[in-house]
Every structure is written in C-alpha cells, then in structure tokens.
Design a protein around this ligand. Structure first.
Ligand code: ATP
Length: 322
C-alpha cells in the first residue's frame, strides 16, 4: 500500500543572513511536505533562495526559525548522535560534480568515504564491496573505479556524486541543479538515472532547478519561489495548465512552446527587483507585477485557491477570473 504520510515536512522555515546593511531574508516562511517516492521541484530565478532552502533543510545551515520534520520527528535543532543520524538520512547532489569531489581521491575511495564515516562496516573488504555495488548501481564501469575525478567526463562525475549521496541509503535527497552543468545530451541520462533510483529505493527528492522543462519531466509537485518566499505551489501539470501567480506566468512564458498552434507570448518583466535585505511586509513581486495595486502593500498569505493549488497573491482570483 502506498505510504501517504509525509517523509519530510517543512514548516514556516526561515533562513536569514546577517549582512552589513541588515538581514537578508533568503528563505522566509516556506512550508511543504514530500511523501516517499515523490519529487518536489523548486524553481525560481537565481538568488531566490532555492539552494539556501535545501541546505537549511538538511542541516548544512542552521535555520533562523521554523521546523523540519523527518518521518514526523523534529530535526531542526537536534545535535550530536541524533544530528549524525539525521544527516545520514538526508543527502545532497550538487550542481558541479567536479568541485564537490575531492580531486586527490580515487573514485572508489570517494564512495567509500561516507561508508567509513557511518561506522556501519566491520572491514575494508565489506566497504569496498558496497562501494562496488553502488558504482554498478549508477553505471560506473569497473575500469574507471580507480580513476581520479578529473579523468572522468561531467556525466560520469555526476554519477559518482549520486553514488556518494546514496551510499548511506538516504530517505531524502536534495538535488541542487544536478544536471545544469552537464551537456544537454548527458542531462537526460542523469535525470533518468535519478528517477530509476527513486523508483528502486523510494527516496523523496527536492529538485532545485531554474530549468522548467526539466522539472516538468521529473517533479510531482512544483513550488515556485520569489525572493525567499513560496508564491505558488501545485501538482506539476496543474501548475503548467492553470498557472495563477503573475510571476509564475512570466517564468513559464520564457519556455519555448513546442505547439505551433499555441505560440507562447513571452512576458517581459519590467521594474526593479526588490532587495531581499530588510524587505517591506507587502508582496515582494509588486515592483515588477503588471497587476500591482494598493492592496499588494499588505502582507500576502499563501492561500489554497483551487484544490491543492496554493498562491500568494491577493488579486489572484480577480486576475484569473475565478
Ligand atoms: N552565506 C551567505 N551569506 C549571506 N548571504 C547569502 C549566503 N548564501 C546565500 N546568500 C544570499 O541568500 C539569497 C539566496 O541565495 P541562494 O543561493 O539560496 O539562491 P538560489 O535561488 O539558489 O540561486 P542560484 O540559482 O543562483 O543558485 C541571495 O540573496 C544570496 O545572496
């Protein structure tokens, strides 16, 4: 029977950075859940807080406020042994497989590192066997296992990054732009590998990207971020077919249409991007929004406008004729 309880639950998560001119609200009250075997795509422009969100959830950064629950257990501030356990269950695949791999470690040793750290293996032989199993799982040829990272191409390096992330059987994986540094011809192979592994192992993915065609292919649900906040969240096809937030409409209009009968009208945003440092309480998109009005100066709530379709825009019903 399918398990519909959330594997990972994020509630009102905030991550602020202190900067000389004030506080950068990099992640501001973001909430969502992901169930086992499901993928949440997180999209938005550069600097909107996607990576900070992922890193805060898996405890690479300390949350300013809010909570993260893994299998229902609050792991936001756990320490010591509990933190080690939580970290093993939550892993990350980085964008640039080259800079995230130690150039002096051979591939096999790279994959054995987390196995060593876990203390779960009684001998080097057992660790090596497990590393070999992992390399086979991600399709790294036996002849490449003693190579150094610089001897592999980008796609194979990313396979190593994936094997390393999966070494301790995580339940939740943040995939932070895992294919954007790769050639287009290799991207599909790595995406298919991630999807196959998810099917076999049942992990939940948070898939960070600015490439909307990638996310449409891989995600069950999509969360759109703008300057640290979630502005729209819906199941993937619902979001593409019934886009409700003015920012998401602009974002999707940038994807080239494959339907010659429905050419997409590109919406070009004008106006200044609001600063994430000490932002005012109203809608952060208002300065660039063609529908901005007086009421947008008020704090906005993420509201369920249609079943399972949430939007943070007080004019949403009006501008979409709902
Ligand atoms: N260590 C840090 N100290 C101060 N500010 C930071 C730090 N890390 C990120 N930021 C700021 O937090 C905000 C969100 O950055 P983040 O890298 O999470 O965005 P992103 O959406 O992942 O961008 P990209 O797609 O370019 O990776 C930005 O304003 C960034 O300048």
């Amino acid at each position: 029977m399918a398990d519909h309880s959330p594997l990972i639950e994020v509630k009102n998560l905030k991550k602020y950075f202190k900067v000389p001119s004030g506080m950068n609200h990099a992640v501001d009250e973001v909430s969502f859940e992901i169930c086992r075997g499901q993928t949440l795509g997180v999209v938005g422009e550069s600097g909107c807080g996607k990576s900070t969100l992922g890193r805060t959830i898996i405890r690479l950064l300390e949350a300013t406020d809010g909570n993260v629950y893994l299998h229902g257990e609050d792991i936001t501030h756990v320490k010591g042994h509990q933190l080690k356990q939580a970290r093993e269950k939550m892993q990350i695949v980085f964008q640039d497989p080259y800079s995230s791999l130690n150039p002096r470690l051979r591939i096999e040793s790279t994959i054995m590192e987390p196995l060593k750290y876990s203390g779960r293996y009684s001998s080097k032989k057992k660790m090596r066997e497990e590393a070999n199993r992992l390399m086979e799982l991600v399709g790294i040829d036996e002849r490449l296992r003693q190579s150094f990272p610089h001897e592999l191409d980008g796609g194979r390096r990313q396979r190593v990054g994936i094997a390393r992330a999966l070494a301790l059987h995580p339940d939740f994986v943040v995939c932070d732009e895992p294919v954007s540094a790769l050639d287009v011809s290799i991207q599909a192979q790595v995406l298919n590998l991630l999807m196959d592994l998810q099917e076999q192992m049942g992990m939940a993915y948070m898939f960070v990207t600015h490439d909307l065609s990638v996310v449409r292919h891989i995600a069950n649900d999509i969360l759109v971020m703008y300057l640290g906040q979630a502005v729209e969240k819906a199941p993937t096809e619902e979001l593409f077919h019934r886009t409700l937030h003015p920012y998401t409409k602009a974002l999707l209009s940038a994807i080239p249409s494959t339907d010659i009968h429905k050419p997409m009208q590109r919406i070009r945003l004008k106006g200044e991007i609001t600063s994430p440092i000490n932002p005012k309480p109203g809608c952060r998109f208002a300065a660039r929004c063609p529908y901005a009005a007086e009421q947008c100066r008020q704090p906005q709530q993420l509201t369920e406008i249609l079943p399972d379709h949430f939007v943070k825009c007080c004019r949403c019903r009006e501008i979409n004729g709902l």
